[in-house]
Design a protein around this ligand. Structure first.
Ligand code: TYD
Length: 211
């Protein structure tokens, strides 16, 4: 069986994690091995980096330091988990990948796009997703959901930052329509799952019939 690498993207609070869990269940029921991951994290080293980069106590973190920490976490995840899983034919379902760096560090933090692309090429070890789904919804509603239990360092940036993140994702989808698809994240869980399954139909035909 051919390995497939799917990434889920979107601003904080868009409902990615819930949908990733539903997608994983649907794929497992269809007989696929699913490896579910989230960035930053997914290996012991990457989880340590996650704690460092999201800690609200690290308010003085420089944008370049933040960028390199996300990339360091990613490189470890690619080498240790994603590449081997893909090679043995699994479906890798990753909650965030290098498009988050584009949306948050380029669109959000205004680091130059050329710098981000070079950093992403290194951090991803040249591995690209087969399909990227951007869950899109109203910024205010998403941020309210994300911060109802308190904000991490990124969520604490506020609504104008999250708006730039959303616009960054929409720009990416316009630039790379083959790989990146925008999915309306409003409505019921079942409605959103059905939209995701449709947007994956060509790369994961086993999802046909609804997730
Ligand atoms: P997390 O709690 O996993 O958020 P979510 O559930 O919304 O995915 O925190 C990850 C945060 O890190 C999130 O605010 C997005 C941010 N992030 C970046 O800024 N750049 C990156 O490259 C990645 C992977 C995440």
């Amino acid at each position: 069986m051919q390995g497939v690498f799917i990434t889920l993207e979107g601003a904080d609070g868009c409902g990615k994690s819930t949908q990733a869990a539903r997608l994983a269940t649907a794929l497992e029921e269809a007989g696929r091995e699913v490896v579910r991951l989230r960035e930053p994290g997914g290996t012991p080293i990457s989880e340590k980096i996650r704690a460092l980069v999201l800690d609200p106590a690290n308010a003085e973190m420089a944008p370049e330091c933040e960028l390199l920490l996300f990339e360091a976490s990613r490189a470890q995840l690619v080498r240790e988990v994603i590449e081997p899983a893909r090679t043995r034919g699994a479906v890798v379902l990753c909650d965030r990948f290098y498009d988050s760096t584009y949306a948050y560090q380029a669109a959000g933090r205004s680091i130059g796009e050329g710098t981000i692309r070079r950093a992403n090429a290194l951090g991803s070890c040249g591995v690209d997703p087969d399909r990227t789904l951007v869950l899109d919804m109203d910024t205010d509603a998403a941020l309210a959901r994300a911060t109802c239990d308190g904000a991490d360092r990124m969520e604490a940036e506020g609504v104008a930052f999250q708006r730039r993140v959303r616009e960054g994702y929409l720009r990416l989808a316009a630039e790379e329509p083959g790989r990146v698809r925008v999915v309306d994240a409003s409505g019921t869980l079942d409605e959103v799952s059905a939209r995701l399954a449709l947007a994956l139909a060509d790369v994961l035909p086993e999802l046909a019939g609804g997730a």
